[in-house]
Write a protein that binds this ligand. Structure first.
Ligand code: C2E
Ligand code: MG
Ligand code: MG
Ligand code: MG
Length: 290
């Protein structure tokens, strides 16, 4: 069968519309997509983009988050929100996750060879947490590339952390032994209670974009963020705000004591090859004029 047909037929070539309609695909398409994704893993069609995290007070890059993209041979660049769920459904997420961890470590080592000590966060799927060998394979990737555990952060979403508390705790203990920190992503969307927050085995909280979006105009959004930051600090967690798009949002977040900021205001996710140039340009721009 012509592999190009299944996408073109249905959507006139729009990858997003096609993937959004994936619930309705028939068995043949399902097989085609599955083999496309397998092929993607074998043919190096996946690529990590990197988005900086900015240290709030020191006005410089504190690290980067790796965000996976699929350079599909016919559909173009496809984002993770569309293919990660497919990879999970097709049982490919563990392999994909291994690739992400290894590739992020390889890239950090390459930057290290250029004299830049970097720290990178990777996102983990719940299926990866359930793998007994996760901690071993993280350790193996660090060793293979000669990195310190402190150069890697693992992000899991709040809802996964809460729903899979036992697994999360076990994984955290394993990661902590090798110096890797755990970060709770999309915080505020998982409906955890204060006591659950206290028990979360993490070092960092990332406040969900939805709170940041409303922080300038809405007093209640600001109050929530302020409370989360205070609480997190009381629990020795650092706080990252995600989705910072405006200078106004940045100013409010800094005034509330947010530790790190991330968002389009500073930089969009970029190819690895653009990172060193960006950080050099940014090192002057991030410092406010006095
Ligand atoms: P996330 O980890 O919460 O990542 C933040 C998402 O928000 C990214 O979307 C990023 O590009 C986007 N973003 C960052 N700053 C801004 C901003 O200022 N405004 C707006 N509107 N958006 C912003 P992306 O790259 O499409 O990733 C979406 C989600 O896919 C991620 O959410 C993460 O949950 C998942 N993901 C990405 N890479 C991986 C991966 O390697 N493995 C797994 N399992 N999941 C991944
Ligand atoms: Mg994340
Ligand atoms: Mg997030
Ligand atoms: Mg998210």
């Amino acid at each position: 069968a012509d592999a190009a047909m299944y996408a073109a037929k249905r959507t006139g070539g729009s990858s997003l519309a096609f993937f959004e309609a994936h619930m309705a695909i028939d068995a043949a398409d399902h097989l085609q997509l599955q083999s496309d994704l397998r092929q993607a893993l074998e043919d190096n069609q996946l690529e990590l983009y990197y988005q900086p995290k900015i240290h709030g007070r020191r006005h410089r890059m504190s690290g980067l988050e790796a965000l996976v993209r699929w350079n599909h041979p016919r559909l173009g660049v496809v984002g993770p929100d569309t293919f990660i769920p497919l990879a999970e459904r097709f049982g490919l997420i563990v392999r994909l996750g291994h690739w992400v961890i290894n590739e992020a470590c390889r890239q950090v080592a390459a930057w290290g060879n250029e004299g830049r000590h970097m720290r990178v966060a990777v996102n983990l799927s719940v299926h990866q947490l359930r793998e007994v060998s996760l901690v071993d394979s993280v350790e193996e990737a660090l060793r293979r590339h000669g990195l310190l555990g402190s150069q890697l952060i693992c992000e899991i979403t709040e809802s996964v952390a809460i729903q899979e508390r036992e697994i999360t705790t076990r994984i955290f203990e394993g990661l902590a032994r090798i110096g890797v920190h755990l970060s709770i992503d999309d915080f505020g969307t998982g409906y955890s209670s204060l006591s659950q927050l206290r028990d979360l085995p993490a070092r960092q909280l990332k406040i969900d974009r939805s709170f940041v979006r409303d922080i300038e105009g809405q007093e209640d959004a600001r109050a929530v963020v302020e409370a989360v930051i205070k609480l997190a600090h009381a629990l020795q967690l650092t706080v990252v705000a995600e989705g910072v798009e405006t200078q106004g949002q940045r100013d409010v977040l800094l005034s509330l004591g947010c530790d790190e900021l991330q968002g389009y205001f500073y930089a969009r996710p970029m190819r690895a090859s653009a990172v060193l140039g960006w950080s050099l340009d940014a090192s002057t721009e991030l410092t406010p004029a006095r």
